[in-house]
Design a protein around this ligand. Structure first.
Ligand SMILES: [Zn+2]
Ligand SMILES: [Zn+2]
Length: 405
């Protein structure tokens, strides 16, 4: 049972509800480009997780099988213990994710939206390579991998609803749990809020380890990261900080710094890099959200394409186990290419239209080669043909000056 797959209809319903509330109350918490980028990052992360199926033996399984201290019988009590233990491990994973360069390179994706709404919750990283280390205590305790996956999914699902600006403080509930108010603080770049409130479900860990900060009415949160990415490309969003670390490690003269840079506190750079290639200092008073106007048709086109990719991810999640490696790689690659292409349209890249032609021509050729006439295939074919025709109406300008990759 894939909990994330089951949750997709609720995600969609709640996002639509929040968009309606946003439009009616004119709060302006939603921008199409930002929301699609957040959801694209989420889709990408799910494809990468599905690809991991191709490497079945993970370190967690090996440790749990060979070194697990206890052989627990499944019970309600064990599920509760596993849920709480996971959240404790998550707290440290999340905290180090903010405090160490190599871990921030992955977690930065979740913070890269300059808005804060339910789609921000879906902006998840695809590049987390070291997170598993923080869950080794659960393997050593003898928690079965399936239980870890389930409590991890429940933890992630809980975090969805806290990404909203429409829910105020919740009284006594704030004492124990992560809430919209205390998680808004976590996403803020204001000096008084930075690196606070790491909990996933319980806020008690932050109170125990002195990382808690309450939301202050007089200090409205400024969302985003201190070195804005200025991009709607979900692949670049995942790679940009890794790229900076690789570049600095390559260029710096001291060999110790080539290694140390990865494990130093977030933002640390070798002295010669600071001197030769200084980065702009963050100044909240001059902060401006990244935005670039594009024709209305392009916005609607991107939105329509995004909906088709959501349908594709539902197929992927539903049939992951039934698909062979080739099918999984083909569908996964199509989703990744689609997310990349939609990001390029939102960023007004002229070449995006060619990418769209290639994407849909390849899909139509593939469907034709399958030679099946099921309703799903006919619907996909119809969508591909309509999309190909729609690309003729895309008007893409030259790249806007302020945009990066
Ligand atoms: Zn975080
Ligand atoms: Zn968050």
């Amino acid at each position: 049972m894939n909990l994330i797959l089951l949750a997709i209809p609720f995600f969609v319903l709640l996002i639509i509800t929040e968009v309606v509330i946003d439009r009616v109350s004119k709060t302006g918490f939603y921008r199409v480009n930002d929301s699609i980028s957040s959801m694209n990052a989420g889709l990408l992360s799910r494809v990468i997780i599905a690809f991991k199926k191709l490497i079945p033996l993970t370190i967690y399984i090996v440790i749990e099988k060979n070194y697990g201290l206890f052989d627990f019988q499944e019970s309600v009590g064990l599920w509760i213990i596993a849920f709480v233990l996971y959240d404790f491990c998550y707290y440290w994973n999340h905290r180090f994710g903010h405090e160490i360069n190599i871990l921030w390179a992955s977690h930065v994706v979740h913070h890269s939206s300059e808005e804060y709404n339910l789609t921000t919750a879906l902006r998840q990283t695809s590049g987390s390579v070291l997170s598993w280390i923080f869950y080794i205590p659960m393997a050593l305790a003898g928690i079965e991998p399936i239980m870890l996956i389930s409590v991890a999914a429940l933890n992630l699902l809980y975090q969805f609803w806290v990404h909203t600006r429409h829910i105020p403080k919740l009284g006594w509930y704030e004492v124990l749990f992560v809430t919209p108010s205390n998680h808004r603080v976590h996403h803020a770049t204001n000096e008084c809020y930075i690196d606070r409130n790491y909990g996933g479900v319980f806020i008690i860990w932050d109170k125990m380890f002195n990382t808690f900060q309450e939301e202050i009415n007089e200090k409205p949160c400024i969302y985003g990261i201190r070195k804005p990415i200025k991009s709607w490309n979900p692949i670049w969003v995942n790679l940009h900080f890794y790229t900076q670390l690789v570049r600095d490690a390559w260029r710096t003269q001291r060999w110790q710094d080539k290694v140390l840079i990865w494990f130093k506190p977030t933002g640390w750079r070798p002295a010669d890099m600071e001197e030769k290639f200084p980065l702009a200092k963050y100044d909240p008073s001059t902060f401006e959200k990244f935005d670039n106007p594009i024709p209305e048709f392009n916005t609607w086109y991107s939105l329509f394409q995004h909906i088709t990719v959501v349908a594709a991810i539902v197929l992927l999640l539903k049939y992951t186990n039934a698909m062979n490696s080739t099918e999984l790689l083909l569908l996964g690659s199509f989703i990744i290419l689609s997310c990349y292409s939609i990001g390029a349209i939102l960023q007004d890249k002229k070449w995006a239209v060619w990418l769209e032609y290639i994407r849909y021509s390849a899909l139509l050729y593939y469907l034709y080669s399958l030679d099946v006439a099921e309703l799903t295939f006919m619907m996909i074919t119809g969508t591909a043909i309509v999309s190909l025709i729609a690309t003729l109406f895309l008007k893409l300008a030259e790249e806007p000056e302020q945009a990066s990759l």
